[in-house]
Design a protein around this ligand. Structure first.
Ligand code: NAP
Length: 276
């Protein structure tokens, strides 16, 4: 019998997940299908329960339902720490967050060391929370900078209530740059994303650190202005496509118990990117 998984979100116009997962199922000869289900915000509960009733194995959850999904499944410790669920196992009605692992795996694959490093995280939304949790678990200390500083302060305060031993602070960009050397900058904002490629999360006039690595969670365009800025200053830029692929690969493993074909998933994601 065909096994089914899928993704819920709204409006869900551009998601690479069906292409990545269906390519992986095909490559492994598995009788599985990954569906796309556009679910508006007032029926998230139904959007989870109906697929379960129809025998679906699992779901990915994307914008804007990751926080709301926490209320309808049993979140694990990781999802609780982030405050968001992006992967559900409908057989057990449990939820986890594979964005954290996706992000850290891609940094590791790219040879970026994290233990003992000082990391600047730009943004204070869901992606930034996942980054701070992953970086903290990996032994880094984190400075959070956000357009609205108050939101960054609230995020750090809330994360401090989780069972993480958090080494994190919320500062202005000026303060963050002046208060110590930075090893890694993570962009968890949409500033610089297609079509607003000229936007930057880096405040004009603040000196850019020399020789620093930028991890930009944006994957469209493949090279953002912030990544270029790092390279122009003797550093390195890494785009967010790997995070997308590895978070999907972790969900694939959780649902199927089968090792995901990473290269197949990368190829499908790159193909989607090119066809946009
Ligand atoms: P979100 O919850 O809406 O948070 C967005 C954050 O970015 C907020 O802190 C916001 O600041 C800030 N921001 C928005 N526009 C900005 C601008 N023009 N300049 C400076 N800061 C700005 O979004 P999210 O879910 O965290 O996602 C953030 C980004 O990460 C998106 O680009 C998303 O595509 C990307 N992402 C990538 C992956 C991946 O797999 N590669 C996974 C998850 C997310 P305020 O608080 O001041 O509004």
């Amino acid at each position: 019998m065909t096994q089914r998984v899928g993704i819920i979100g709204w409006p869900l116009t551009t998601t690479f997940s069906p292409a990545m997962h269906n390519a992986a199922f095909k490559a492994l000869g598995m009788d599985w299908v990954y569906d796309k289900m556009a679910i508006p915000s007032d029926i998230v509960r139904l959007g989870i329960l109906e697929p379960q009733r129809h025998g679906y194995v699992g779901l990915n959850v994307t914008i804007p339902h990751k926080e709301e999904a926490m209320r309808h499944v049993m979140p694990d410790d990781l999802a609780r720490a982030v405050g968001a669920v992006n992967t559900i196992d409908l057989r057990t009605m449990t939820g986890t967050n594979t964005d954290v692992g996706g992000f850290i795996t891609d940094l590791t694959v790219n040879g970026v060391e994290l233990a003992g490093k000082r990391v600047l995280v730009l943004g204070a939304g869901g992606a930034a929370r996942a980054a701070v949790v992953g970086l903290t678990q990996a032994g880094a200390s984190v400075v959070v900078v956000n357009r609205s500083l108050e939101r960054a302060r609230t995020m750090v305060a809330n994360l401090s209530l989780s069972n993480l031993t958090l080494k994190a602070d919320a500062l202005t960009l000026d303060e963050a740059v002046e208060s110590g050397s930075i090893d890694l900058i993570v962009n968890s904002t949409p500033a610089g994303m297609f079509p607003n490629v000229d936007e930057s999360p880096w405040v004009l006039g603040v000196p850019f650190p020399q020789g620093v690595t930028v991890y930009d969670m944006i994957y469209r365009p493949a090279q953002t202005g912030l990544m270029r800025q790092a390279e122009d200053n003797g550093g390195r830029g890494i785009g967010g496509l790997g995070m997308l692929v590895y978070q999907g690969a972790a969900a694939f493993k959780l649902w199927t118990g089968v090792e995901p074909p990473i290269e197949v998933m990368f190829a499908a994601a790159r193909q989607e990117l090119q066809s946009q």
